[in-house]
Design a protein around this ligand. Structure first.
Ligand SMILES: Cc1cc2nc3c(=O)[nH]c(=O)nc-3n(C[C@H](O)[C@H](O)[C@H](O)COP(=O)(O)OP(=O)(O)OC[C@H]3O[C@@H](n4cnc5c(N)ncnc54)[C@H](O)[C@@H]3O)c2cc1C
Length: 318
């Protein structure tokens, strides 16, 4: 079996930053295992072309503490930046390598790729994010509606459709205004006002609402959905109802509990239980990025990578 010092699971911002920090500290060999065929799969898949990648997404004023950082820029420039880093640091990334299990073996762990133990690593850094497991509403979705409902920003284009976007965060705002020039767009949000959206998105959203391009359904909560001809009938809790062509839920991702529990990571109130350096109850197994923090963003992902590598050096490699 191939032996490495660190196996990193996931080639998103957190995984790539972890590999860079490790190589800069001369902790090698490091391998990144990525289930898709590209780096930064979440960003490639869910960000629209030309999307602004905000350096202050969800939390303002977060400062970089390690080697990886960026300024607000387009999706394309951000991805180019990351690609350049992978070349500059000569990162060993294995694509189409979905990790399905991690089991203890001596002083380290066997890493199972597609159900085969293929790599032994002394340290494991899990950087799989939360967008593989999108959050879903609590009411049932009738099976007839499955191809009209999205739980993540859709990749397809829409034209002249009536679309309900559900959610009150930055993703809901960005999805709504990216579609509003060619469609009739509504946003349903449970609260009386938006408070999780950053300044730039809020400004754009309010402008579009003023122009009548987006209708804000604040203080609304959905009770149930029903098929209606070829459309969706939405019953709101305030006794109102309306008919839409599509619904896009932007409720964020959720911790991939099943995977973490399978490998033996303890959960504390639905969140993985971690020490202040992001080490799990399994010695030498760390979490970084979105699965390790509240309200994740890219800068936090970079910063968790720095903290974890520093900890590995100080606790285990002195
Ligand atoms: C629509 C949208 C807009 C956003 N806009 C911004 C923004 O403007 N600014 C900002 O800072 N943040 C933004 N975010 C959040 C940001 O994308 C995340 O915080 C960031 O991607 C987290 O990085 P990560 O490396 O932890 O996880 P991810 O980027 O999700 O990467 C996880 C990687 O792990 C891989 N993987 C998953 N499971 C396995 C497995 N079992 N085996 C191997 N590989 C696996 C995935 O394919 C993926 O490549 C946005 C998110 C969304 C959805």
């Amino acid at each position: 079996m191939e032996k490495v010092k660190i196996a990193i699971i996931g080639a998103g911002p957190a995984g790539i930053a972890s590999a860079i920090e490790a190589k800069a500290s001369k902790i090698e060999p490091v391998v990144i295992l990525e289930k898709s065929d590209q780096i930064c799969y979440t960003i490639n898949k869910f960000y629209k072309p030309g999307k602004r990648v905000d350096a202050n997404f969800k939390s303002a004023g977060i400062k970089p503490i390690g080697l990886c950082s960026f300024e607000t820029e387009t999706k394309e420039n951000f991805l180019k930046r990351i690609e350049n880093w992978t070349k500059q640091w000569n990162l060993d990334i294995r694509f189409k390598a979905e990790v399905t299990n991690i089991t203890k073996n001596g002083e380290g762990y066997d890493i199972w790729i597609k159900d085969n133990p293929e790599i032994w690593a002394e340290f494991v850094i899990i950087a799989i994010g939360i967008f593989g497991t999108p959050r879903k509403p609590s009411y049932p979705i009738p099976s007839e509606l499955k191809n009209k409902i999205f739980f993540e920003p859709p990749q397809q284009q829409f034209e002249n459709k009536k679309i309900l976007v559900v959610g009150g965060g930055n993703t809901a705002a960005e999805v709504a205004y990216s579609l509003c020039d060619n469609n009739e767009i509504y946003i349903s949000y449970r609260r009386p006002q938006f408070f999780r959206i950053n300044e730039t998105n809020l400004k754009i959203l309010n402008e579009k609402a003023k122009q009548g391009k987006i209708k804000l359904l604040l203080n609304t909560d959905i009770e149930k959905l029903e098929p209606f001809d070829d459309k969706i009938k939405v019953y709101f809790k305030n006794n109102k109802e309306d008919i839409y062509d599509y619904i896009i839920y932007c409720l964020g991702g959720s911790t991939p509990k099943r995977f973490l529990q399978k490998i033996g990571i303890q959960m504390d109130n639905k969140k993985p239980s971690l020490d202040e350096y992001f080490e799990t109850n399994l010695p030498k197994v760390f979490l970084v990025g979105d699965i390790a923090v509240e309200k994740g963003n890219i800068m936090k992902a970079f910063n968790t990578a720095h903290i974890v590598i520093k900890r590995i050096k100080e606790k285990y490699l002195k």
